[in-house]
Design a protein around this ligand. Structure first.
Ligand code: SAH
Length: 389
């Protein structure tokens, strides 16, 4: 359903916008942003079809349910937290942000305020000293559950229990806290080791009537309001009748496949990230879904195996990362030849690259739509329906 774009004036310009680079379009009104995205997508899709009207967001601010802050010191050894300046490792101090969840921002500021009295030093990239590298906060949009991940250089946190108590006193709404250990010289935020120091170590959320468990490292769409619209479009384009066998490729925690499972005979999900697959299996259980199975594998290898075994597939749902799909995956898809392919993309450039391969012989693009998942940035998310000729 096309949404009416909100009539909104220009935003007050953020003091760090020029250095941050996150909200590249902070100077445009929301209406201008929507028009720019729609025009960009329409031009890109010109060889294939005329897209439906872009799906806008009603209240286009503070939508990010996942907020990350890097911690460090200023010249006078005061603790600062914020984001890396674009293409550098200098920290731009940020207390609140136009697109981030407000509560998450408040929690990060509170953590910064507690560090001194707990004698916790932020990590210094140059000297390698210090304990706290990053804080990640994830908020369940529907449930309000909140996870705080403290990314430390060591698994040992002095006065850990008192720190937990002090933070809970300030923010009783926090439902779980996790220590993640990242002792590598890396630009990755999260390391491999983690342990819950309060609560269950994950949060739950609800999307399209299904419950989902989200671990610190699992992929979960950052804009929950628009994700429901995105998945709604994907389901609409899948045209399921209840009889189909469906593959949810690049399934993350199994969100799209589980939403499709009510309308299909069987669903298979494939995903590379082990934690996400574990979440997906538990998500299926907690929703009482029995016609879905998950596999941890590279989607290309998995689909090729399916093709070699002569498996039957009616609908392929695919939602690859920004780099797009692989040739191995696309060739395997052409070999299995499902009646319909629904391609969900967070990067229209790799989308059209992949569409070129799919439409060479066997498939035709029927419908396409852009969904505005990231207001104030230039990112465009899209859903495309292809059918076998
Ligand atoms: N459909 C999910 C996740 C989409 S993000 C959702 O909407 O929530 C893309 C996912 O692809 C991530 O979970 C990532 O871990 C996974 N991924 C990346 N490369 C992959 C590969 N080669 N094979 C399978 N999954 C992969």
């Amino acid at each position: 359903m096309p949404q009416k774009p909100q009539k909104e004036g220009k935003q007050k310009v953020c003091p760090v916008a020029a250095r941050c680079g996150g909200c590249r379009w902070i100077h445009k009104s929301y209406q201008e942003q929507l028009e720019a995205k729609a025009t960009f997508f329409r031009k890109l899709m010109e060889p294939y079809c005329r897209p439906e009207p872009i799906v806008a967001m009603e209240n286009a601010t503070h939508y990010r349910n996942k907020v990350h802050a890097v911690f460090g010191e200023d010249r006078r050894h005061g603790v600062i937290s914020g984001i890396y300046e674009e293409k550098s490792h200098r920290i731009v101090p940020v207390d609140s942000c136009l697109i981030e969840n407000r509560k998450a921002d408040e929690i990060i500021v509170s953590i910064r305020g507690l560090l001194k009295s707990f004698k916790i030093r932020p990590y210094n990239e140059d000297t390698g000293f210090g304990l706290l590298r990053h804080v990640l906060v994830r908020v369940g949009h529907a449930t309000g559950q909140i996870m705080v991940v403290l990314v430390l250089t060591s698994p040992v946190m002095p006065s850990k229990n008192n720190f937990v108590k002090a933070l809970l006193k300030l923010h009783p709404e926090i439902t779980t806290m996790v220590i993640n250990v990242n002792d590598q010289d890396t630009s990755m935020v999260l390391g491999d080791k983690e342990r819950a120091i309060y609560g269950k170590g994950y949060i739950e959320d609800e999307l399209c009537g299904k419950k989902f468990r989200i671990s610190p490292r699992s992929f979960y769409q950052v804009n929950s309001v628009q994700t429901e619209k995105l998945y709604g479009k994907a389901l609409e384009y899948a045209c399921l009748t209840g009889r189909e066998s469906v593959l949810d490729a690049y399934c993350g925690t199994g969100t799209i496949g589980m939403i499709a499972s009510d309308h299909a005979a069987e669903v298979i999900g494939v995903e590379l990230n082990r934690d996400a697959v574990r979440d997906a299996v538990s998500n299926a259980k907690r929703n009482g879904i029995s016609n879905i199975r998950f596999y941890q594998n590279d989607a290309g290898i998995f689909l090729l195996e399916m093709a070699d075994q002569g498996a039957k597939l009616d609908v392929l749902l695919m939602d690859p990362p920004r780099s797009g799909s692989s040739e191995a995956f696309l060739n395997a898809a052409l070999k299995i030849a499902p009646g319909r392919i629904v391609y969900i993309s967070c990067n229209p450039e790799t989308l059209v690259r992949d569409l070129k391969i799919l439409t060479k012989k066997s498939y035709r693009v029927e419908k396409a739509v852009a969904v505005d998942m990231f207001p104030f940035t230039d990112s465009v998310e899209a859903v495309v329906q292809l059918s076998r000729r």
